[in-house]
Design a binder for this molecule. Structure first.
Ligand SMILES: Nc1ncnc2c1ncn2[C@@H]1O[C@H](COP(=O)(O)OP(=O)(O)OP(=O)(O)O)[C@@H](O)[C@H]1O
Ligand SMILES: [Mg+2]
Length: 492
């Protein structure tokens, strides 16, 4: 099947998001759709997926004009969409989610649970996915949810598959597995639109690319004829610096020490220390326990064994409120579920943690709230309209920046960043790395939890690699290589 979108125009109020965009993809092709945060990628695909209607322009399937007024219509035409925001029902089991809207029925009209379960098991076995089809989705970690979404789309046997940042919380081996699936689909003549800010992945898996800048298609072609620096340049409109600031060498006093911290079944005997001015990295694969360790430090995991010392004094952290008071900030791993409050506007989302500090006698000091937020907004170059707009009107990467702004405003002495650059474009990533290094230089102790080896190497002076809840090794300097991280993270 060949999809072509011609002359697509879309505005939200005064914001002209897509201006006469032509885009096409056909069976057997994996096409990367690229661009800075807010460039219009998700909007273009939402139009193809029947979520949004274009103001102008046409869509053709194999030369026949179509228009989709709902996601169901688009799906019916053979287009499956994995959204940037996860789209699973938490209260249902995994296999039930696999068949939402396309339930298998018995001759008598009841849902055929057994058959749904069997097909799910079959697919998971084929793809080597270690998820129990019977588990509740709410109990799954973000990365597993992502895998369920991807498998669900595969099960739909669509002719065109749209993947909007499908790998943000996956680690390299999981991404490889997803890529294996994509290669198989490609052989079966499925066409794929692949949106990602991880350009190395794009170079590895995609055949063609198209770059949007401010809603205009600025370049397209074969991936083999381009390179990461060239694509980055097209995306942001100028060369992207690839060297960030020097890592800080002046370390101050110890800010955090963990001594044999244990919380089964997540992790055990974790001992580490972080000093003021240091950026410590912690990495590993799915289920390594790193997020749980630091959520414990933030008072978010309940009872633990072992000791936590802050500035040398033993503390028992029982709540996040207490942790915040002690100067600990933790930016969670999964923006979509844990960091964004959908019903609140941008300003309130960005200042909710600092609100107590901005409140006098029950009144919020609005001007200060706005000033503090605006400072971070400039700092992080958040692309947005009014601070009073809904958070959902921001592109994914810009929502991520709002979350980061929120935690920076708490002026912590220990800042824990879990997956800090998820969904952020190449240029903005560099800005965030600079901010992390500047904070360290100003004496903050920073912990970066990341599944990207490159990111760890780039900003951290030292890193721990975890495997199934155990700290496997500490690496620094010459031992901090991608190969080494990979080997340790897989238990080697
Ligand atoms: N429902 C909406 N209401 C108002 N504005 C919107 C809405 N959806 C998107 N926009 C605006 O459209 C522009 C493009 O957003 P879009 O989500 O398409 O970007 P993107 O290229 O997917 O970025 P990212 O890489 O950050 O996900 C942004 O300026 C965004 O604020
Ligand atoms: Mg997007």
């Amino acid at each position: 099947m060949k999809v072509s979108m011609n002359g697509i125009v879309k505005s939200f109020g005064a914001n002209n998001v897509l201006r006469q965009v032509d885009f096409s993809v056909e069976g057997g092709e994996i096409c990367a759709l690229l661009g800075e945060n807010g460039a219009g990628k998700s909007t273009l695909m939402n139009i193809l997926g029947g979520v949004l209607q274009p103001d102008e322009g046409t869509i053709e399937l194999d030369g026949k004009r179509v228009s989709f007024h709902s996601p169901a219509q688009s799906l019916h035409a053979g287009i499956a969409f994995i959204h940037q925001e996860l789209n699973l029902i938490n209260d249902l089991r995994v296999y039930e989610n696999m068949f939402i809207g396309r339930e298998i029925r018995t001759p008598a009209g009841f849902i055929n649970d057994q058959e749904e379960r069997r097909q799910t098991e079959d697919l998971f076995r084929k793809l080597d996915i270690g998820i129990d089809p019977l588990s509740k989705v709410s109990l799954l970690d973000a990365s597993y949810k992502q895998i369920v979404e991807i498998s669900r789309a595969l099960m739909m046997k669509a002719s065109i598959l749209i993947m909007d940042e499908p790998t943000t919380s996956l680690t390299d081996p999981e991404i490889e597995r997803v890529f294996d699936m994509l290669r198989t689909l490609k052989k079966q003549q499925v066409g794929v639109v692949f949106i990602s800010h991880k350009l190395r992945e794009v170079m590895e898996i995609c055949d063609t690319y198209a770059v949007l800048r401010d809603g205009v298609l600025v370049s397209s072609g074969l991936v083999r004829d381009t390179s990461i620096p060239l694509i980055s340049r097209d995306m942001v409109g100028h060369d992207v610096r690839t060297e960030s600031l020097e890592q800080n060498a002046d370390l101050g006093e110890e800010v955090l020490r963990l001594h044999n911290l244990t919380l089964e079944p997540y992790y055990r005997n974790v001992s580490l220390q972080v000093r003021a001015g240091e950026v410590l990295g912690v990495t590993g694969l799915l289920g390594d326990g790193r997020s749980e360790v630091f959520r414990t430090v933030f008072g978010d995991m309940g009872k633990y064994q072992g000791q936590i010392l802050i500035k040398g004094s033993p503390v028992r952290i029982k709540s996040t409120r207490q942790a915040l008071k002690m100067g600990v900030a933790y930016m969670p791993r999964n923006r979509k579920e844990n960091a964004i409050i959908k019903d609140m506007d941008i300003l309130d989302n960005g200042t909710i943690v600092t609100l107590p500090r901005l409140t006098r006698m029950g009144l919020i000091r609005r001007r200060e709230q706005l000033e503090q937020f605006e400072e971070q907004r400039n700092h992080l170059q958040i692309k947005m309209g009014s601070p009073r707009d809904a958070i959902g009107s921001l592109s994914g990467g810009n929502q991520q920046k709002v979350v980061l702004a929120k935690w920076l405003m708490t002026h912590p002495r220990l800042l824990i960043l879990d997956n800090p650059t998820q969904g952020v474009d190449v240029g903005a990533k560099e800005e965030i790395y600079d901010i992390i290094l500047q904070l360290a230089r100003s004496g903050v102790a920073v912990v970066v939890l990341s599944n990207e080896a490159q990111e760890i190497i780039r900003v951290c002076s030292r890193a721990l690699v975890m495997y199934h809840g155990d700290v496997r090794a500490e690496i620094a300097g010459e031992t901090m290589t991608e190969a080494n991280i990979m080997r340790l993270a897989t238990g080697g």
